[in-house]
Design a binder for this molecule. Structure first.
Ligand SMILES: [Ca+2]
Length: 220
């Protein structure tokens, strides 16, 4: 958890950057100055250099007027750093979400699937679902990044700065303002809760190009 990484992330002008490195307190601070602070709901702090989620009912609520007004469902990037609590998480047959953003008829998810050893990024715009599956059973910290662009008609997943999975095309249209943004679970009534650590939740309102993503994640 170095300040070099924070400096480099902030230089890319994200709409929100929550490093989740707080040692105590209830606020997950947004470092951009845009006021998109999140609220810790039960998540422990300080494990693995990030927030720790118990797989039961912990999450961070990022649903604020500031965040919802800045988030762009038609063009953007989200990134998060994750680590499983133990290797059994990959085979527990439970869906566990790192990030969920919803608008009526639209949603965006970063998650572990019920199938074994698989991450997934899913984007539903106007009922058209695009999914990127990413096989892994790593117990190391992983960077997951997902970009979407209606104008370029592309949804792309990246693991540790490298493009992975199938690039999605023929996207639908994100057709409503967002109403919910959650880190570490699927909903503010917690379900599909992550079990492990998360840090460096970053949100942009533009699709970052591959070279920019690779450069970002080269900084530990
Ligand atoms: Ca708890």
């Amino acid at each position: 958890m170095t300040h070099d990484r924070a400096t480099r992330i902030l230089a890319t002008s994200p709409i929100a950057y929550l490093p989740l490195w707080e040692e105590c307190g209830s606020v997950a601070y947004d470092l951009t100055g845009n006021g998109c602070d999140g609220a810790y709901i039960g998540a422990g702090r300080g494990e693995y250099g990030g927030a720790f989620f118990d797989g039961i009912d912990d999450y961070i609520n990022v649903t604020t007027p500031q965040f919802l007004s800045l988030f762009d469902g038609t063009e953007g990037t989200i990134a998060i750093r994750l680590r499983v609590a133990n290797d059994g998480v990959w085979t527990d047959s439970k869906e566990r979400r790192f990030l969920a953003i919803e608008a009526p008829g639209n949603y965006l998810l970063l998650r572990k699937l019920t199938q074994q050893n698989a991450l997934n990024c899913q984007y539903n715009a106007g009922g058209v679902i695009k999914s990127v599956n990413i096989p892994t059973n790593s117990v190391e910290r992983l960077w997951l990044t997902f970009t979407w662009s209606e104008s370029e008609d592309l949804v792309i997943g990246y693991l540790n700065g490298e493009q992975v999975g199938v690039i999605g095309t023929s996207m639908g249209h994100w057709s409503a303002p967002p109403t919910m943004a959650i880190v570490g679970a699927g909903h503010a009534t917690p379900n599909r809760v992550w079990w492990g650590s998360l840090s460096d939740a970053v949100f942009w309102n533009r699709p970052l190009p591959a070279d920019e993503i690779a450069a970002l994640w080269s900084v530990q």
